[in-house]
Design a protein around this ligand. Sequence first.
Ligand SMILES: [Zn+2]
Length: 542
Amino acid sequence: MPPLRQLSVALHAARRTQLLFSTARQHGRVSARHCSCSAPQQLQHTVIVSSEGPANVQLKSTTADPPTPPTDHRTLAQTHNLFITSPYSPGSPLILPNGAYVFQKLQSFLRAQYPQFGFQEVITPIIYKKSLWEKSGHWENYAEDMFSVQGRGTTAQLPEAEGEDGEFGLKPMNCPGHCLLFRDEIKSYRDLPIRYADFSALHRNEISGALTGLTRVRRFHQDDAHIFCRPDQILAEIEQTLKFVGMVYNTFGLGPYKLLLSTRPKDSFIGTIEEWDRAEEQLTTALNNIGSDWAINEGDGAFYGPKIDIILKDSNGKEHQTATIQLDFQLPQRFDLQYQASPEELESGSQTSMDAGLDPSLRRPVIVHRAIYGSIERFMALLIEHYAGKYPFWLSPRPAIILSLNSDPKVLDHVSHIQSVLSGSKAQDAPVATSSSGPKPLPLSTIHLPIDIDTSDRSLGKKIAEARVKKYNHIIVVGGREVESGGMNLQIVNQPNEEATVEVLEKAIGKQLSEKDMSKDAVNVGLGVARKYFETLANSFL
Ligand SMILES: [Zn+2]
């Protein structure tokens, strides 16, 4: 007999499914949990590979390193002081500075990639009036997973919101807000695709028994995005998104992962079979073009469109749904989204069942929901276990610590100066600030690094031992000799890709490190060289 907790989760899910299907039968058109916008969950079932899938469905390995032995992310997170939980906020962890550093690196990494993939970031509300959730279908089908919020009544701003008297819902997904943005102005076929990205906090009222660390939470953030495109743009958008996923997972050394195409459900779906066939054909072509192994999950698409899920194996061998790409023919209808058709569309008279009721000169866009990390919190948990404390420098909350050899004031001054320069808060040759000059703004391009110092009067051996336990990537030692030379003694102690790291260091110091240099473990480097070396590591995602 399964534990009660699992049973209640299953019952909860069954209830939702039942509700979805009974409503689908009655009305034909319903909204429900949008898979792409769901917090990805650890898969409880084995994925059955359809015989219609490609013959070879072996997982594509995307990393040279095999998964590390299993370790729970909650235990590992303690070593690096990443987050805490509190009975005052069940399911909503409190992220400590080190955790926030990793979280923001993940965010800023994607943010830096958005221009090359054409995404524009938007900022949308956390709470919306009940009437929005009624329009999107969430109030009907998702209410038990949502937090309701009581605000002051602002009725009569919308005719359909009359008498609501301040009833709001905390958003579990971003899609409805993005639909409001899309329909704010009349769109032409030339405007599409429009790609809105959003890192908003989302809330889902998960049952308390299911809450765990960063993996099952009530408050989380997604690297969420919605692409509004013409039907003829689906193929190109899916291909681009799959390339984006591959690029991101390669950067993190994550894998193996597999791609799973979920197709039209047997019974409940909107649109015509021909429209589904066309959409599935485009997804299939994109999957074939991308050259990765993939499989079909027959009939497992949502009723509103087919989807591609990316299933990642964690260090424990468990499978997680992380990235997802989901077509949606339904939400554009619910929100009456439209664009002025292209000359080709007008000529072919290509209105689909989605366009029913529209003026002949108009068409409805298709929405592609997509997330690459999925929930950033869950992705962080996966990374914590994947790296097992050995974070790459660019992502590490502890890239380096400077240890003083003694308590000589000159040594302590030098430690402080090195810390300022290596962390990026001060240029090496910056003039000493005077009371009249005041602080100057640092450029936005500055790479900031959380460089720690240990100037306690304990023995160097003890300080080094502690720094090793805390898994710093580098240990820097400073004594009288380093004060004179203006440099430091630097040692690489904890880097996943050590060979490439040493190459960067050699390039920075302008010479190959000899056997003798390496045997000494630490290398003498100048301050400017060390900063340049750190910047290169950060920019190379090492
Ligand atoms: Zn969505």
